[in-house]
Design a protein around this ligand. Structure first.
Ligand code: NAP
Length: 228
């Protein structure tokens, strides 16, 4: 049984990932910034809840300290919390997108590293996006070519680069960046596109449950490796 933490697990792909990891028999911590929504999700799943706002250092430290005190290790970290950063093209909107999507990954990963290093098979999955692939956004054959989400794309490109950098600096821990597949969630509601979170969570779970000798430092979509 692995100990897993999923950020932003009160709904969407994060919730479904938590559900599927529970169904596999793992001990799951639902990280959510809102206590009521997080506790409700954890109760539904038979999971544990930690209050965790990825933009708040104190909240992240406290959440990881809670897991440390109870479990003494972390085997699976899914950096899932994210925002679209859609709307006004200005400094505050860009800061919010980068604070949540990029700095949030750094905060949670840094707080989680001491616990991950105590695991026999530590695995980190970063929810990136093909919208952050230079190859996809410059390829007219790909749907990302027409996506008008500059801050989201730029922040996810940074998440993918962070994944590679962490994979290099922490060779004992697997770090992979995932495009889960276009999914109908609150994040994409404005576009009215996507498949169910259940289907996309299967991709996340596959990468969260790698064997100890599994790949690291890669960028993946469901059908295989994604070009940078
Ligand atoms: P979603 O349904 O909107 O869920 C996003 C989750 O992130 C929610 O639980 C939300 O919590 C949480 N969150 C936002 N800001 C947070 C913060 N500061 N601290 C903690 N949690 C925070 O979106 P989703 O589609 O499931 O997205 C999950 C991940 O997959 C994101 O990283 C997204 O970029 C990535 N992704 C999605 C798609 C897609 O097609 N949907 C495609 C590629 C990648 P609240 O409920 O409190 O807002």
């Amino acid at each position: 049984m692995a100990v897993a933490l999923i950020t932003g697990a009160n709904k969407g792909i994060g919730f479904e990932t938590a559900k599927q990891l529970r169904e596999l028999g793992h001990l799951v911590y639902v990280g959510a910034r809102d206590v009521e929504r997080g506790e409700k999700a954890a109760a539904t799943l038979g999971a544990r809840f930690v209050q965790l706002d990825v933009t708040d250092d104190a909240s992240v430290s406290k959440a990881l300290a809670t897991i440390d005190a109870a479990e003494g290790r972390l085997d699976i970290l899914v950096n899932n919390a994210g925002v679209l950063g859609y709307g006004a093209v200005d400094g505050p909107t860009a800061l919010h997108a980068f604070d949540t999507n990029v700095v949030g990954v750094v905060r949670v990963t840094e707080a989680g590293l001491p616990l991950l290093r105590k695991s026999a098979n530590p695995t980190v999955v970063n929810l990136s996006s093909s919208a952050g692939s230079f190859w996809a956004v410059t390829n007219p054959e790909r749907p990302e070519f027409n996506l008008p989400v500059a801050f989201y794309s730029a922040s996810k490109a940074a998440v993918t680069m962070l994944t590679v950098q962490y994979a290099k600096s922490e060779p004992g821990i697997k770090f992979n960046a995932i495009e889960p597949g276009t999914t109908a969630t609150d994040l994409t509601a404005a576009f009215g596109v996507g498949r169910t979170p259940e289907e996309s969570a299967k991709v996340v779970v596959r990468w969260a449950t790698l064997d100890a000798d599994g790949p690291t430092g890669t960028f993946q979509e469901e059908s295989g490796e994604l070009s940078w």
